[in-house]
Write a protein that binds this ligand. Structure first.
Ligand code: ADP
Length: 223
């Protein structure tokens, strides 16, 4: 692998059980500090590619290296350690509605064994970054859609990951909220966090001007 790549995707094909080929022969390198937009129609394979990078799914053929580790071959016990360094913002990672805003962000730290004052400080720092510091005691259900998405982001970044993967983070948000979220991502990127963000919103990509990778029917057509 080229030494400069944080993520190296080499000739990756993903076929789901049932024979459907969601990704066909994708090759892509992402360097540390890049902000990459993954775009394409619904069903193009964006989520699948993010899941492969996060080792949520495994490639059918080809290989994916993240930070020098072959994620397609990673053994199950190694996965939690690998994911500690990745912030995941996925549609199906629901908030816990019976816990406070604070506790939702605290949970990933607890799982990693960070507790006490150190954990509380980090939770507050993460909530501060997303502008929710005043809402610590609130229940997520009382937050607006945009605020809930910001809470998901706080939860994803509380472990200070070097890589953030976000699947349609601005879907279902109006323009002002979407911009809010994107400004936040840009701020993370400015301090060196590598971001891979899937979106079908071309205006957003145009406005934020990161690298664009376009998929169509599982094939890479640009980027
Ligand atoms: P996108 O994120 O661009 O909308 P996806 O990666 O979700 O695309 O889906 C790519 C293709 O793979 C679609 O045809 C979808 O139906 C299929 N697919 C996604 N997940 C699964 C799965 N778990 N099992 C079978 N097919 C899947």
């Amino acid at each position: 692998m080229t030494s400069a790549a944080l993520i190296e995707i080499a000739e990756v094909t993903k076929r789901y059980p049932g024979g459907h080929e969601a990704l066909s022969n994708i090759s892509l390198n992402i360097k540390p500090g890049e902000m990459v937009f993954l775009t394409g129609h619904s069903g193009a394979g964006k989520s699948t590619l993010l899941k492969l990078i996060a080792a949520i799914e495994r490639p059918t053929s080809g290989h994916i290296m993240v930070n020098g580790q072959n994620v397609g071959r990673m053994k199950r016990p190694a996965l939690p350690f690998f994911r500690r360094n990745i912030g995941l913002i996925f549609q199906d990672h629901k908030l816990l509605y019976d816990r406070s805003v604070f506790d939702n962000v605290l949970l990933p730290l607890h799982i990693q064994g960070v507790i006490g004052n150190d954990a509380a400080k980090r939770v507050r720092a993460a909530l501060d970054k997303v502008g929710l510091l005043g809402r610590e005691r609130a229940r997520p259900i009382t937050l607006s859609g945009g605020e809930q998405q910001r809470l998901c982001i706080a939860r994803a970044i509380v472990s200070r990951p070097a890589l953030v993967l976000a699947d349609e983070p601005t879907a279902n948000l109006d323009d002002a909220y979407a911009r809010d979220i994107m400004d936040m991502f840009r701020a993370f990127n400015e301090v060196g966090v590598t971001l891979v963000i899937s979106t079908h919103d071309q205006d957003l990509i145009h406005r934020y001007g990161g690298r664009k990778v376009t998929l169509a029917y599982g094939k890479q057509v640009e980027g």
